[in-house]
Design a protein around this ligand. Structure first.
Ligand SMILES: Nc1ncnc2c1ncn2[C@@H]1O[C@H](COP(=O)(O)OP(=O)(O)OP(=O)(O)O)[C@@H](O)[C@H]1O
Ligand SMILES: [Mg+2]
Length: 371
């Protein structure tokens, strides 16, 4: 079977377009046990990049041990410890022989019991962790010991999930600092929250590690990738049209692939794609998601919806109280200011690195423009 457009999944090397420099840098950083923050707009390919690098490293060093923890929507230190625990146990089971798994878990639990006042019994089943700080400390100690025989990589994804949890940040910062024999990769997609965590002098993660921003993939890399996948349906695309498609998708690989997949499934074989084909495919794909988008808008006030629609029509909005927005919505700057603040963390609207409002999902943008 020929290659297909994949989206909404973590991809492997064969489906990864370009990112050659990023892969090289990340592999080198892991080898030297460095620390890095990878950030980008949502759906740009952070998790996939780290996944591919882990696979590359596994080939040359089968003993490498990766601990991946997803911090999305955690609400307390107990939650975070619970996440570490379940990810750690999964990682052990997946990456080490069974007898070693047991040894590591036993070591962790016995250390935990010793470290607790009165030797309180800890059940491995309980979530969130009753003694979260003790658990995290014990886990990091275990990783340090493991680091004597394995190369260790810690990956904390959706790191903005702990932006409001200073106590969690403080504990993790301290433990990561002690863990000198491991590479640490932090990843996230909410630029505003990440910025606060790494640039606020009072924040525990102030000035942490190096930065890597994942930017859109260049056209000359994406064009052959697309044509390889369009070829399955005997379709083709030229540079100009591919550029048009990529711009319409905000340069985000996930959406580029999603529209590519829709085109493969719906456009007559043998077609040389034009901008009109792209427009009609986008309109149809967006229509197919109407129900989902209608429910996403549910619960927003009339004026909030006006605001959101105006952002969809205007593209990037740097000043949401400015004339453009007043013109589009018919609302006063005071009212726009109030609404803008109320939508600060709304999932439907995003901010770019320059803090401008925009609609990340191009299918949603299209839907809003049609309302
Ligand atoms: N280098 C790439 N080449 C081609 N497609 C890619 C690439 N990177 C990402 N994608 C596309 O983007 C999708 C999402 O990738 P991934 O989950 O790694 O992104 P992410 O930045 O981690 O997203 P999120 O912000 O939701 O965590 C993939 O399923 C794939 O369609
Ligand atoms: Mg991700």
């Amino acid at each position: 079977m020929g290659k297909i457009f994949k989206f909404d999944v973590v991809i492997d090397a064969e489906d990864m377009c370009n990112r050659v420099r990023e892969k090289k840098r990340l592999v080198a950083l892991i080898r030297k046990q460095g620390r890095i923050v990878i950030y980008s707009l949502r759906r740009m390919g952070k998790t996939s990049l780290v996944n591919v690098c882990s696979q590359l490293l596994k080939k040359t060093d089968p003993k490498i041990f990766g601990l991946y923890v997803d911090l999305n929507e955690v609400t307390s230190l107990g939650d975070v410890a619970g996440r570490f625990k379940s990810h750690y146990e999964t990682a052990l089971n997946e990456q080490l022989p069974l007898k070693n798994v047991k040894a590591h878990l036993d070591a962790l639990v016995s250390r935990l019991k010793l470290g607790l006042p009165g030797g309180v019994e800890i059940s491995l089943k309980k979530k969130p962790e009753p003694q979260p700080e003790a658990y995290i400390m014990s886990l990091f100690k275990e990783l340090k010991t493991m680091g004597q025989h394995h190369e260790i990589v810690i990956i904390l994804d959706e790191f903005q999930g702990i932006a409001a949890l200073r106590d969690v940040q403080a504990v993790l910062r301290r433990e990561i600092k002690k863990l000198s024999n491991a590479a640490v990769i932090l990843m996230g997609s909410n630029q505003r929250l990440l910025y606060k965590m790494f640039n606020d002098k009072k924040s525990p993660f102030f000035g942490f590690g190096e930065d890597m921003e994942l930017k859109p993939i260049p056209l000359d890399e994406y064009l052959p990738y697309m044509n390889e996948r369009f070829a399955v349906a005997n379709l083709s695309i030229d540079g100009d049209t591919a550029d048009y498609l990529m711009r319409k998708m905000n340069g985000i690989p996930n959406y580029i692939n999603e529209l590519g997949s829709w085109i493969v499934d719906t456009i007559a074989t043998g077609t040389v794609l034009t901008k009109e084909c792209i427009d009609s495919a986008l309109a149809d794909a967006s229509k197919s998601k109407q129900g989902r988008y209608e429910s996403a808008l549910y619960g927003y006030s009339v004026n909030q919806k006006k605001f959101i629609k105006a952002v969809a029509r205007l593209g990037l909005v740097s000043s949401y109280t400015g004339q453009e927005m007043s013109g589009e919505t018919g609302l006063s700057p005071t009212e726009l200011n109030r609404i803008g603040m109320s939508l600060d963390d709304a999932p439907i609207i995003s901010r770019d690195t320059k803090n401008r409002f925009f609609i990340l999902d191009p299918f949603l943008k299209q839907f809003l423009e049609m309302l």
